[in-house]
Design a protein around this ligand. Structure first.
Ligand SMILES: [Zn+2]
Length: 84
């Protein structure tokens, strides 16, 4: 019976070692997901431009520019600034 107990302990130890190795693999796989996070941080770094009408800072990709190169936060402000 003692032999069976030792065998069970040995199997348990091997199972713990294997599960630790597999958890290392999953953490390495999670590491491959990190470039996605860096992409998100790159979006946060996106330069901000000030609206010529209301003065609000807007990400470059969301800005509207008129013929003279002035930057606006929205098409409405571009039209309002053209009228004034
Ligand atoms: Zn504006």
């Amino acid at each position: 019976m003692k032999l069976l107990l030792w065998l069970a302990i040995a199997v348990f130890v091997i199972w713990v070692i294997r599960s630790n190795k597999s958890s290392n693999k999953t953490s390495a796989a999670a590491g491959t997901g990190r470039p996605d996070r860096s992409n998100k941080s790159n979006r946060q770094i996106e330069p901000m431009l000030q609206c010529a009408h209301c003065g609000v800072y807007v990400p470059v990709s969301e800005t509207v520019t008129d013929a003279s190169g002035k930057v606006f936060c929205s098409d409405d402000h571009r039209l309002q600034h053209a009228r004034s």
